[in-house]
Design a binder for this molecule. Structure first.
Ligand code: ADP
Length: 334
């Protein structure tokens, strides 16, 4: 593939090379371009913003950074553009302890981004996602540039995390391959898949070790309206009947429901905090949950600790910038 090149300059450090990543995230890197406006413009209208902010986002990248900041041996697999945003994103991963050996750059393409208008008074927003370089993450490209996934699913890899922000067939192909290799596969099907995508996903749920949606995604996939612990427990059981092993459904301020294979579903309430910005809370939960599993915690213990991390993230503004480091966790969570 001539239009792509592998970033040899971003190989991991000696320590990581020897041990290899335990956690691999295959997903999106998007820059967030956020314009704060007095009101959302009408069609044909031009407005000036009050202020502007650029942030690092994309669900895959958020989850990798959430894990990396806690100290996980984590690697990201993605495609960014050949622009400054792509270079900035790679730098951002490095600062957060994320291995970028398999973050590829597409020549002549812009990095993926989200254009976001936020109405200052109401916080209402409008978002347009431009996948740009991430569209290049096809099965063909990833297989060819990674020796049929050998480069990012090495023996050291025990956990794979995927979301729903890159081409779906790639996500499903990687999930199946990782499962075949005995890797514990985590699928956070966010953002919510379309009804036709749900049908495409269903036959692949047998390759998913842990399915981790929020209320909206769980509702869409099972047809059960998830609004509280009891309805989430029913949805979790329905997902297990579709072939998933373990299920964790996050419920915002209401916490989460966990259903491990062969056990009853349990509802664990949220931690009471004053939330100021819940953007990326789900990604904080997923990334930190997998970090804790990667250091030997059980799924149940890992979820309890992820609940602490996600509740800390909602108390700060920003997405990745609100995720806690290990040193910031309360002593009993370290
Ligand atoms: P998503 O961001 O995918 O919609 P959720 O809203 O379900 O995800 O939130 C994920 C997790 O973040 C919750 O399970 C909980 O641990 C934490 N969380 C979210 N909102 C709050 C809140 N208001 N108070 C405390 N914890 C929260």
């Amino acid at each position: 593939m001539k239009r792509f090149h592998h970033l040899e300059s971003h190989v991991c450090g000696d320590n990581e090379r020897n041990n290899g990543p335990a956690v691999v995230v295959v997903g999106s890197c998007f820059l967030d371009y956020i314009a704060y406006v007095d009101r959302i413009p009408h069609i044909g209208e031009t407005l000036k913003s009050r202020s502007f902010q650029k942030g690092f986002g994309g669900k895959g990248a958020n989850q990798a950074v959430a894990a990396g900041r806690l100290g996980a041996r984590v690697a990201m697999v993605s495609v960014v553009g050949s622009d400054g945003d792509g270079a900035d994103y790679i730098e951002n991963f490095k600062k957060n302890g994320v291995d970028t050996t398999c973050v590829f750059r597409k020549q002549g393409e812009a990095s993926g981004l989200a254009m976001i208008f936020v109405e200052s008074a109401s916080s209402n927003n409008e978002i347009v996602i431009c996948p740009n370089a991430t569209k290049a993450m096809t099965v063909d490209f990833l297989r060819k540039s990674s020796d049929n996934y050998n480069r990012f699913l090495p023996k050291s890899c025990r956990f794979l995390i995927c979301q729903n922000e890159i081409p779906l067939e790639t996500t499903l192909d990687v999930l199946r391959e990782a499962h075949t290799r005995g890797i514990y596969t985590v699928f956070n099907a966010a953002p919510a898949p379309s009804p036709s995508d749900v049908e495409v996903i269903k036959p692949y749920l047998q390759y998913v070790s842990l399915f981790s949606p929020n209320e909206v995604e769980a509702t869409l996939i099972t047809g059960i309206k998830v609004v509280d612990g009891a309805s989430a427990a029913s949805a979790a059981k329905a997902l297990q009947r579709l072939g998933v092993r373990d299920v964790v459904i996050t419920l915002g301020a209401q916490g989460y429901v966990i259903a491990e294979q062969g056990s009853e579903a349990i509802h664990v309430p949220g931690i009471r905090v004053k939330a100021v910005d819940t953007t990326g809370a789900g990604d904080s939960f997923v990334g930190s949950m997998v970090y804790f599993m990667s250091i030997g915690k059980t799924l149940k213990e890992a979820c309890k600790l992820a609940n602490v991390c996600a509740s800390m993230s909602v108390q700060k503004k920003g997405t990745q910038s609100s995720y806690p480091s290990l040193a910031e966790l309360p002593a009993e969570a370290r």
